[in-house]
Design a protein around this ligand. Structure first.
Ligand code: ATR
Length: 276
């Protein structure tokens, strides 16, 4: 029988998950259908119950439901619990289990584009929202220690650090402080929406003081190159956009559902083709 998968969000038309996941099901000869579901917040509980009842095998969860879905699931993986967000649901023995593959997806993308082992490097995360939290907590859970958080509101960055259950050596700083002390970081991770389409000229900080061999990573992939990444490149740094994180969070979900490893390069190519 054809297995059912999907993604839920509001809005959902913009999601690249359906083309990306559907292609891999087809390429790996798995009989499955992956559907985008536009679910409003008020209908979320009914939607989860409905998917359980009709036999959905697994689904992705996107904005704004990543946190609010948690009480409606039967089990939450410890890392997802700590992050406070679920982006992947898997049906196991007729229970819905929630996971967060965003942070691990981010790490896989970093390993693919930068280097395998970066545990001892010093990193700066720009932003203190949900995406920053997933990346920060996952990096610390994997043993990275020196990660500062630069944010417009320093209190919010401090809260993120104080709430983190993993051991680390982190400072909450302003964007101005980050800008002034940028030379100490080997890795800079931009997690805010600054520079996202259509605000192409916006950038969270100047990279004047960046190390020449720093690696600058922006989780935005529309546009493929934000103003921040453009400046980083001009200053000689290596860069990465958010496409890899998106692809690997999806690849990890696919693996949890099917036990098979999809082709991340092929997934990346189809998303690039669709984004033009
Ligand atoms: P997400 O869950 O997608 O990560 P979020 O929770 O809304 O998004 O977080 C947005 C992050 O981007 C926050 O760190 C926010 O800074 P504040 O905590 O000070 O609000 C940051 N951000 C968004 N727009 C910004 C702007 N124009 N200038 C500086 N920081 C901005």
């Amino acid at each position: 029988m054809i297995k059912l998968y999907g993604v839920i969000g509001d809005p959902i038309v913009q999601s690249m998950s359906p083309v990306m996941q559907s292609q891999e099901f087809e390429k790996l000869d798995i009989e499955a259908h992956y559907h985008p579901f536009h679910i409003l917040g008020k209908d979320l509980h009914d939607a989860v119950k409905g998917m359980k009842a009709i036999g959905v095998e697994g689904f992705n969860v996107t904005s704004p439901h990543k946190t609010t879905i948690m009480p409606f699931l039967d089990y939450i993986d410890p890392l997802a619990k700590v992050i406070g967000a679920v982006n992947t649901v898997v049906r196991i023995n007729d229970e819905f289990h929630g996971y967060n593959t965003d942070g691990i997806g981010y790490i896989k993308a970093l390993q693919a584009d930068w280097k395998e082992d970066f545990k001892n490097e010093k990193a700066l995360i720009i932003g203190a929202g949900g995406a920053a939290k997933a990346i920060f907590y996952t990096l610390l859970s994997k043993g990275m220690k020196n990660i500062d958080i630069g944010n417009r509101s320093v209190d919010k960055a401090k809260q993120l650090i104080d709430d983190c259950p993993y051991e680390g050596n982190s400072n909450a700083i302003s964007l101005k402080e980050a800008e002034e002390n940028l030379e100490q970081y080997q890795l800079i991770i931009q997690t805010t929406s600054i520079g996202m389409y259509p605000n192409l000229s916006e950038s969270p900080l100047s990279l004047e003081n960046i190390q020449q061999d720093a690696f600058v990573s922006d989780i935005i992939y529309n546009p493929f190159e934000t103003a921040l990444l453009k400046e980083a490149k001009e200053r000689g740094a290596k860069t990465q956009n958010g496409l890899g994180m998106f692809v690997y969070q999806g690849a990890l979900a696919f693996e949890k559902w099917t036990g098979q490893t999809p082709d991340a390069n092929r997934m990346s190519e189809i998303v690039m083709k669709h984004l033009g």
